[in-house]
Design a protein around this ligand. Structure first.
Ligand code: MG
Length: 210
């Protein structure tokens, strides 16, 4: 984000958030950037979600920021990597947010939905990029009638729709999967999706009322 705007914007700040920023920089862990975070704060102010579900916790940076920003929001978040999961649990505890953030260990594709609430006002997909269509199809069942599904990294570091310079087969496969997901969203007649060049590419999908 433009440094000037960054200074004008309000970001929640406390020791845990500062320590997490250092940790992700030192360990090169991809987390939501400031621009996408500010966008999420605005969505939260507009739709006042009671319950928020995140697929892909990493170390809890996003959810701790959201819960620090909005003192009412209740968040469930799923992480499949055990190291990340335990780091996230530690951070949530340090931030004293364990009453409003529940971190679950598990593969979101195999996760038992009975462990979760029956409805979420925002579902944020930010896990294994190759599985986004499957995440969407599984978790849309939990979306409240006026809820939003957000998806992150839809431009994947500028490689999406720009595959010429990709040499690695794995990366190409991943980027093609993200392109498939973007088309899936654009074509999905049950949702109206808007795409934003915010952060690494974010979409907002709103269910179309029948
Ligand atoms: Mg992300």
């Amino acid at each position: 984000m433009n440094g000037y705007f960054n200074n004008l914007n309000f970001f929640p700040s406390n020791k845990v958030i500062k320590d997490m920023r250092k940790y992700v920089d030192a360990n090169k862990i991809p987390v939501i950037n400031d621009e996408a975070l500010i966008f999420m704060f605005e969505l939260i102010d507009l739709i006042k979600p009671k319950r928020f579900l995140e697929i892909g916790t990493a170390i809890g940076f996003c959810v701790i920021n959201l819960a620090s920003y909005d003192s009412e929001i209740i968040i469930d978040t799923i992480e499949k990597n055990e190291l990340m999961f335990s780091e996230a649990v530690k951070n949530v505890k340090k931030a004293k947010l364990n009453d409003r953030i529940n971190v679950y260990l598990g593969d979101a594709l195999e996760f038992d939905l009975n462990n979760l609430a029956s409805e979420y006002d925002i579902i944020f997909i930010d896990a294994s990029k190759a599985q986004y269509i499957k995440f969407f199809e599984k978790y849309e069942k939990l979306l409240s009638p006026d809820g939003l599904i957000l998806s992150d990294n839809l431009l994947f570091h500028g490689f999406v729709n720009n595959t010429k310079e990709i040499e690695s087969k794995n990366l190409l496969h991943l980027v093609e999967k993200i392109e498939d997901y973007n088309s899936f969203l654009a074509r999905n007649k049950n949702y109206q999706t808007k795409f934003f060049t915010i952060g690494d590419g974010v979409s907002v999908s709103r269910r179309i009322k029948k």
